[in-house]
Design a protein around this ligand. Structure first.
Ligand SMILES: *[C@@H]1O[C@H](CO)[C@@H](O)[C@H](O)[C@H]1NC(C)=O
Ligand SMILES: *[C@@H]1O[C@H](CO)[C@@H](O)[C@H](O)[C@H]1NC(C)=O
Length: 273
């Protein structure tokens, strides 16, 4: 990691615009896109061709792909939000994030489930250090969202991991908390989101992003369309009305999830209506 940091620092100094990592008031100019966000609903995708069937209903305003670049193009009314997934992406980060920002992205998402060994897998203090190195320098160019933590209630994971992280990252320039949820009922979901909002508020964060959520039974694809549709018909209006939640994206925008044969299925209709 030491040599990685050196490479990064060299790259950083070569780019004069980034040489001063000082947080400024955020007044982001949108260079290419000019979608006026009318909805906090997003598309979490791997395959970019799945976004337009989802966004064609007109209620999806943003998208992310757990990555730092688009790999293709999004519908013009959908904003792209780049993510620094984890250590595997540090090498290409500077080039990718500068491209995304100059194309109009105005948010950056932090690491993906650093509290899980199978995902970004970082201790809270390690993550805070990486965050300061790779993401905080862009705080004058974009709004910064925290690493996305799971809904695990095990001590040291989930919101507990986030609290440890914030003890080392209170000056990282973060504006919002990102969380993921997998569980069994709409009530459990609402309860977790409410708890996350309270956590965000206790750190003075003005945003809460729910960047993955689904019933446990649907984590590998929609198991029973009527059950999923009913869950979404309950939680989507609740999320829309909840002023603490600034953005959300269901897991996920893909065939067998919100789409079937690249068209909205019953779950997709419930998500976008
Ligand atoms: C973006 O679009 C809105 C609404 O059409 C318009 O008022 C605004 O001036 C546009 N902003 C830019 C930077 O083009
Ligand atoms: C938003 O969060 C604050 C802080 O936890 C809480 O007091 C308030 O009731 C929440 N609002 C909604 C609509 O849930």
């Amino acid at each position: 990691m030491v040599s990685f940091t050196k490479l990064f620092t060299t790259g950083l100094l070569a780019t004069s615009a980034l040489a001063i990592p000082v947080a400024k008031p955020v007044t982001v100019e949108v260079q290419k896109r000019n979608s006026t966000l009318t909805s906090k609903r997003g598309a979490a995708y791997n395959d970019i061709s799945t976004v337009s069937p989802l966004s064609s209903a007109g209620t999806v305003s943003w998208a992310y792909n757990w990555a730092m670049s688009l790999s293709g193009s999004l519908p013009s009314n959908v904003d792209y939000v780049p993510m620094l997934w984890g250590a595997k992406d540090f090498g290409g980060w500077v080039t990718a994030i500068e491209t995304a920002l100059s194309s109009g992205s105005n948010y950056i998402l932090g690491f993906n489930e650093p509290d899980m060994t199978s995902q970004a897998d970082m201790s809270a203090s390690q993550a805070a250090s990486y965050y300061k190195t790779y993401i905080t320098p862009y705080s004058g160019k974009a709004k910064l969202i925290s690493p996305a933590v799971t809904s695990s209630t095990t001590s040291g994971l989930g919101l507990s991991w986030f609290k440890e992280f914030m003890s080392d990252c209170s000056s990282c320039g973060i504006s919002g908390l990102a969380v993921h949820w997998y569980g069994n009922t709409a009530d459990e979901f609402k309860s977790f989101v409410t708890q996350a909002a309270s956590t965000a508020s206790s750190y003075g964060l003005s945003e809460l992003w729910v960047t993955e959520f689904a019933l446990n039974s649907d984590a590998g694809g929609v198991a029973d369309a009527a059950t999923t549709a009913s869950f979404l018909e309950t939680v989507i209006p609740w999320l829309d009305a909840n002023t603490n939640v600034t953005r959300y994206s269901y897991f996920m925008c893909a065939d067998n999830y919100l789409l079937t044969n690249n068209a909205l299925n019953q779950a997709g209709q419930a998500y976008t209506s």
